[in-house]
Structures are given as structure tokens and as C-alpha cells.
Design a protein around this ligand. Structure first.
Ligand code: NAD
Length: 306
């Protein structure tokens, strides 16, 4: 069992992730940090009251002070502004990069061994900021975005072709944003998509996957998606806790893989107790390589403006 998990940012995604961690009894101490001190405290008290039903003897801590990250095995960064209707993830770049930099400066001092799951948007940029600011080995910095996009594709596909969600093996990676690569390597129980739907229908599903976050933002009016992002965080935490060697998709710092260098982008990875233990090299088609290249170009441009 993990000793300590800290969630920085007790808003929608942070609080929901904390609740999932508690419900699965994944750690001994769960710390919730937020600049809004009362919010952290209120979320912590509510979580504490859930301990009885789950039989979870977990110590819950609340703080407005980032020194609470000390001794964490895993830190989840959900601090920052979410999108409002009409906003793209890129619109959050300045404010959230500076928040993530601030948080990661504390991690560098107080939680050197922590595996850091970055959630704040724009994800590929904040993951890069976390990697650069902490100076941690790249295996310790995991950007959660592509696994959520993959889960969204799986959901939409399952509804379209009327096959159990468990039988869908989605593959979405690259940018967590409009340039994401929803790959035709996605299969249904290992069988190629062509047996289940036309290229035109897959194109529609890809578009809906790209727009899914914005669709939810538009409907909620205030705030953005929380349940599926929290579930995607849980998946990573369980992979780390149980040393699962889970093949998933996450933003990582690239050192030449797929021709990408000096940026963070979602790639197929193996996640285990040491964090990102391997980047899996798949052979992509030329159009798929072009999507990654386009995404990398956009991310590079954003990084140069930091
Ligand atoms: P939210 O506004 O509900 O919560 C964010 C919290 O961060 C707030 O409570 C705020 O007080 C806190 N905060 C701000 N600065 C802080 C700091 N310096 N230290 C500690 N806490 C701080 O937002 P949310 O809906 O939970 O979303 C959080 C972030 O996650 C957003 O940037 C959103 O775009 C992003 N997000 C990413 C994904 C993904 O797939 N990667 C999915 C959903 C949301």
C-alpha cells in the first residue's frame, strides 16, 4: 500500500480523485492541499466522514501550505483554472503554467521521490513545466490526458457499435487537445475496427472524442469534466500501487522517441511502481506520424512562449 498521496488542488477533479482513492483504500495518508484553505479543510472533513462506509483507516490532512507535500509517494497536480465555455485548453497556458511551476518548486524541495501525476491544462505544456521545474527523472512525471481521451473514444465506440466497453482497446495519444491522434490501432477485442464500422463513422467518433471535453464544459456552464478525469487518475495510481506494468497512454518527456525531442506529448507507456517504466515504440502509418508531428510543432511553439 502507498504510504502518502497528496492532491494539490481540491477542486472538482482533485476532490473526486481523492474520493476514489479513499474508496479503494489506496494509501495510509491522503493530503489535500489548496490555496483556498477552507476548501481544502471542507473537502477533507467530507472525505473523513466517508471513511466509515468504506472502512478506510486513512489519515486525511488538509492544508493551504505546499509544505504538506513532504514525504509523498505520489502527488497529483490538479491545481489551476479549468476551462469556461468557449475557452480552449491553450487559453489557460499562462496562469496554469505558473501555478504548476510554483507547486513543482515545492516538490523539488520537499518530495524528491514522488511520482507526479500532472492533470492541470494545457496538459502537454504543464507536464513539460513539471519536468523542467522539478528536474526529476522523466519516469516520475506523468501527464494524464491521453488515457482520458482513450477512455472517451472507447465509450463512444462502444455505444456506436453496441459492443461491451470491456472489449474496446482504444489508442488515443499525441496531444491532449485538438491535435490528438485517435489511432486506427484501436481494436475491438483485438480485431481491426474495419469489421465493425466504416471509416466515415470512425471519423465522426474521432471528432466527437476530440470535442468531448468542450461538449461537457458547454453543458456544465461552470467548470469542466471531473468523473472521467478522476477515474483516469485512479487508473494510474493503481498501476503504480500494484506495479501493474499497465500499457496506457500518458504525456512524457520525449528524448527522441517517435522523432520527438525536448517536449512532452502523450505516448504509449508502461506504468508500474517506478512510474513511466517504458515508452513503447509502435510502428505508425505515415498519416499518423504526420498528426504527431503537427502536435509536436504546436507544443514547441507554446513552450517557446513560456
Ligand atoms: P477547479 O477550479 O474545480 O479546481 C482547481 C483548484 O485548484 C481550485 O480549488 C483552486 O483553488 C486550486 N488552486 C489554484 N492555484 C493553486 C495553488 N497554487 N496551489 C494549490 N491549489 C491551487 O478545477 P478542476 O475542474 O478541478 O480542474 C483542475 C485542472 O485540471 C484544470 O486546469 C483543468 O483544465 C484540468 N483538467 C485536466 C484534465 C486532463 O485530462 N488532463 C481533465 C479535466 C480537467
Amino acid at each position: 500500500m502507498i504510504n502518502k498521496i497528496t492532491i494539490v488542488g481540491a477542486g472538482n477533479v482533485g476532490a473526486t480523485t481523492a474520493f476514489l482513492i479513499l474508496s479503494r483504500k489506496l494509501c495510509r495518508t491522503l493530503a489535500v492541499v489548496d490555496v483556498q484553505k477552507d476548501l481544502a479543510k471542507g473537502v477533507a472533513l467530507d472525505l473523513e466522514d466517508s471513511r466509515f462506509v468504506f472502512g478506510a483507516d486513512i489519515k486525511i490532512e488538509a492544508s493551504a501550505d505546499l509544505s504538506a507535500v513532504a514525504g509523498s509517494d505520489i502527488v497529483i497536480i490538479t491545481a489551476g483554472r479549468p476551462r469556461s465555455p468557449g475557452m480552449s485548453r491553450q487559453d489557460l497556458i499562462k496562469i496554469n503554467s505558473s501555478i504548476v511551476r510554483h507547486v513543482c518548486t515545492a516538490l523539488k524541495r520537499k518530495a524528491k521521490k514522488a511520482i507526479v501525476i500532472v492533470v492541470s491544462n494545457p496538459l502537454d505544456i504543464t507536464t513539460y513545466v513539471a519536468f523542467r521545474t522539478t528536474g526529476f527523472p522523466r519516469r516520475q512525471i506523468i501527464g494524464m490526458g491521453s488515457s482520458l481521451d482513450s477512455a472517451r473514444l472507447a465509450n463512444l465506440l462502444s455505444k456506436k457499435i453496441l459492443v461491451s466497453i470491456e472489449d474496446i482497446d482504444p489508442a488515443v495519444f499525441g496531444a491532449h487537445g485538438k491535435d490528438m491522434l485517435a489511432s486506427r490501432m484501436t481494436t475491438v477485442k483485438g480485431f481491426a475496427l474495419g469489421s465493425f464500422l466504416s471509416s466515415a463513422d470512425f471519423a465522426k467518433i474521432k471528432k466527437a472524442t476530440v470535442e468531448r471535453g468542450a461538449t461537457i464544459v458547454g453543458l456544465l456552464k461552470k467548470g469542466s469534466a471531473r468523473f472521467a478525469p478522476a477515474a483516469a487518475c485512479l487508473d494510474l495510481i493503481e498501476a503504480i500501487d500494484q506495479d501493474k506494468k499497465r500499457l496506457t497512454f500518458a504525456a512524457v518527456y520525449c528524448k527522441g522517441e517517435y522523432g520527438l525531442k525536448g517536449i512532452c506529448l502523450g505516448l504509449p507507456v508502461i506504468v508500474g511502481s517506478r512510474g513511466v517504466e517504458k515508452i513503447v515504440r509502435l510502428s505508425l502509418s505515415a498519416p499518423e506520424r504526420a498528426v504527431l508531428k503537427k502536435a509536436a510543432k504546436a507544443v514547441k511553439k507554446s513552450i517557446s512562449q513560456l
